[in-house]
Design a protein around this ligand. Structure first.
Ligand SMILES: NC(=O)c1ccc[n+]([C@@H]2O[C@H](COP(=O)([O-])OP(=O)(O)OC[C@H]3O[C@@H](n4cnc5c(N)ncnc54)[C@H](OP(=O)(O)O)[C@@H]3O)[C@@H](O)[C@H]2O)c1
Length: 238
C-alpha cells in the first residue's frame, strides 16, 4: 500500500512503539489518529508531528469510548495498528485478579473492540476500490512461548496470535490484510509496568516500526501474516 493520504488508527500512540509507528506513518504522508489515555502525551506528539496526527483520548477497554473514537475517524480507515498493551509479570499463584483482568481487557478486549469497528469500514472500501485495508496486531514473542512469571501476559499474546490467524482467513477475500507481529524486547516504558528489568541490548521502537512500515508498504496482491523480531546480541550493550 502506498501510504500517502492514507488514514490510520494507531492505539497506544502516546508512548513507545505506538508513538514511533505514528511518526513513521506521518513521515510517509499518512493521516494518523493516535489513541491512548494520556492526553498530554498525545498533545506533545501532535506538537511534534503537526495536524497529520490527530489525538484521540480514549481507553481501549471502553466500548463507548471506542464507538466515539470511530465516530471521530469517520467513514474511511485504511490501517489499524492494534498496539496498546501492557504486561504485569509475576507468579501465577500471586497474580491479583485485577492484574489478570487488566491484561485481558487491554490486550484482547481492546483489540477486539477496535477491530470490530474497523472491519465494516475496510469492507466498504474494498467494495469501492478493490482493496480493503490492513490490520496489524502487536503480539510478542510471549505469544509464541510460555515462560515463568508471564502466564497472564502469555495468555493475551497467544490469544492475539489465534485472533489474527482467524481474522486473516476471514478477511482476505475482502481485500483486508491482517499481520501479527511478535517482537522480543523493545526499549520502552513497558518494563516499568511489567515489574521486570529490561534485557541488556533490546531493540528500539524504530527497529520494530521499520518492519511494520515495510509490511504496510508491500504490494497489495500479497500479505505478510506473521513476523518474529529479535534483538541481535541481546546480552551485549551497544
Ligand atoms: N516493550 C517490549 O519489550 C515489547 C515486546 C513485545 C511486544 N510489546 C507490545 O508492544 C505494544 C506497545 O508497548 P510498548 O513497549 O510501546 O509499551 P509502552 O511504552 O508502555 O506503551 C504502551 C501504550 O499502550 C497504551 N495503553 C495502555 N493501556 C491502554 C488503555 N487502556 N487504553 C488505551 N491505550 C492504552 C499506553 O497509553 P496510555 O497509558 O496513555 O493510555 C501506551 O501508549 C504492547 O502491546 C506490548 O505488549 C512490547
Amino acid at each position: 500500500m502506498q501510504l500517502t493520504d492514507k488514514i490510520a488508527l494507531v492505539t497506544g500512540a502516546s508512548a513507545g512503539l505506538g508513538a514511533q509507528i505514528s511518526r513513521d506513518l506521518v513521515a510517509r504522508g499518512a493521516r494518523v489518529f493516535g489513541l491512548a489515555r494520556r492526553e498530554e502525551r498525545l498533545a506533545a506528539l501532535q506538537q511534534e508531528l503537526g495536524n497529520a496526527f490527530v489525538p484521540l483520548a480514549a481507553d481501549v477497554t471502553s466500548e463507548e469510548a471506542i464507538q466515539q473514537a470511530f465516530q471521530r475517524i469517520g467513514d474511511r480507515l485504511d490501517i489499524l495498528v492494534n498496539n496498546a498493551g501492557l504486561g504485569k509479570f509475576g507468579q501465577a499463584k500471586d497474580t491479583p485478579t485485577a492484574d489478570w483482568d487488566l491484561q485481558m481487557n487491554v490486550n484482547l478486549r481492546g483489540v477486539f473492540l477496535c477491530t470490530r469497528a474497523a472491519i465494516p469500514l475496510m469492507q466498504e472500501q474494498n467494495r469501492h476500490s478493490g482493496f480493503g485495508g490492513h490490520i496489524v496486531n502487536v503480539s510478542s514473542v510471549a505469544g509464541l512461548m510460555g515462560n515463568p512469571n508471564v502466564s497472564a501476559y502469555n495468555v493475551t499474546k497467544f490469544g492475539l496470535k489465534g485472533y489474527s490467524e482467524a481474522l486473516f482467513k476471514e478477511l482476505r477475500e475482502d481485500g483486508i490484510k491482517v499481520t501479527c507481529i511478535f517482537p522480543g524486547s523493545i526499549e520502552t516504558e513497558f518494563f516499568e509496568q511489567a515489574g521486570v528489568p529490561i534485557s541488556e541490548n533490546p531493540m528500539t521502537s524504530e527497529d520494530v516500526s521499520s518492519s511494520v512500515l515495510h509490511v504496510l508498504q508491500a504490494p497489495d496482491n500479497y500479505l505478510v501474516s506473521e513476523i518474529v523480531m529479535r534483538p541481535l546480541r541481546p546480552k551485549m550493550k551497544t
